[in-house]
Design a protein around this ligand. Structure first.
Ligand SMILES: [Zn+2]
Length: 311
């Protein structure tokens, strides 16, 4: 027996203890990693716009899923059993309210455990002016950069309450994102400033641009007040044609989640141009034209500007 053998013999118990400790440490690490993975906050949202706002606040600290898909019509959406499964594990569900998701309250009552948070809390609503929902709030407040900042602050608060350990992360992410929103908004204001007062019209299918119009000082015309309403009746079309003619509105747009036919008909019959699709209610897929909220704001106002300046 040489000296190293005798060392091993003498300290066999010590090696055993060290091996056991190493195994325990490894297991502890694996279990902790599993636990951390499971513990990451899961945030569900009713539609893609709020999902993008939430993802900007969450960063890597939380996961975000949207119940409705990119491009979906979100007012009259029919939730599926799969949607229920998707939100079952969510810690919080963020929704717009203001009458937007007419399907949501019944849906959420079937999901146990998730806390729902209204992200539009604190927004001063613009009332719907006509149709069956007259004087109820217009829900599209996220289209105003000033109002969407209220959304972002509400999301930051909701995530921080649900996951206090990451509150400082959410705070920093929200602050950085609000700066980006303000910069994009400023740039849009500057670009639109070339438009003379008589040209500052936003004529579209859905009355979804009231908040955007208020923020950027545009006048709004629409075929129907909200997508939850009758869509493109002969009376709506006639009224719109008259209004476009009477106000010399140069261009009419449609909204991305519904048919462009009524807007094209109005444009043709009123002698105006058809200016293409505006995005408001839904983001596109990642490889589409508006994968993020800031893209949606930029692309929509760009299309409006191009239509109004004829370029
Ligand atoms: Zn809408």
């Amino acid at each position: 027996m040489d000296s190293s053998d005798s060392f091993l013999m003498k300290h066999r118990w010590l090696i055993g203890v060290l091996v056991a400790l190493a195994v325990v440490a490894t297991l502890a690490f694996v279990f902790k990693a599993e636990a951390l993975k499971k513990d990451k906050l899961l945030v569900a949202t009713t539609f893609t716009v709020i999902a993008d706002l939430a993802a900007n606040v969450a960063g890597d600290a939380a996961d975000v899923v949207s119940i409705t898909r990119p491009g979906a019509e979100i007012h009259n959406y029919q939730p599926t059993p799969r949607d229920l499964l998707r939100v079952r594990d969510a810690d919080i569900v963020l929704w717009n309210g203001l009458g937007l998701e007419r399907w949501f309250e019944k849906f959420i009552s079937r999901v146990e455990g998730a806390t729902d948070v209204l992200v539009s809390e604190g927004v001063v609503p613009i009332p719907i002016r006509d149709g069956p929902y007259t004087s109820q709030p217009n829900p599209h407040a996220w289209m105003s950069p000033a109002d969407v900042i209220i959304y972002v602050r509400n999301i930051e608060a909701a995530l921080s309450v649900a996951d206090p350990a990451n509150a400082s992360v959410y705070k920093a992410n929200a602050a950085a994102y609000i700066e980006q929103i303000a910069a994009v908004s400023q740039r849009i204001t500057e670009r639109l400033s070339v438009l003379p007062a008589e040209k500052r019209w936003l004529a579209s299918t859905e009355g979804a641009f009231s908040y955007l119009a208020r923020h950027f000082e545009l006048k709004e015309l629409y075929l129907w007040p909200i997508n939850a309403d009758a869509l493109g009746t002969p009376q709506q079309v006639k009224k719109m044609i008259d209004a476009v003619r009477d106000n010399n509105v140069p261009v009419v747009f449609s909204e991305s989640t519904l048919s462009d036919k009524p807007a094209k008909q109005v444009a043709r019959d009123a002698g105006a141009a058809y200016g293409g699709v505006l995005y408001v209610d839904s983001l596109s897929e990642a490889d589409g034209p508006v994968p993020t909220y800031l893209d949606l704001l930029r692309v929509t106002t760009n299309t409006v500007l191009k239509g109004l300046t004829g370029g």
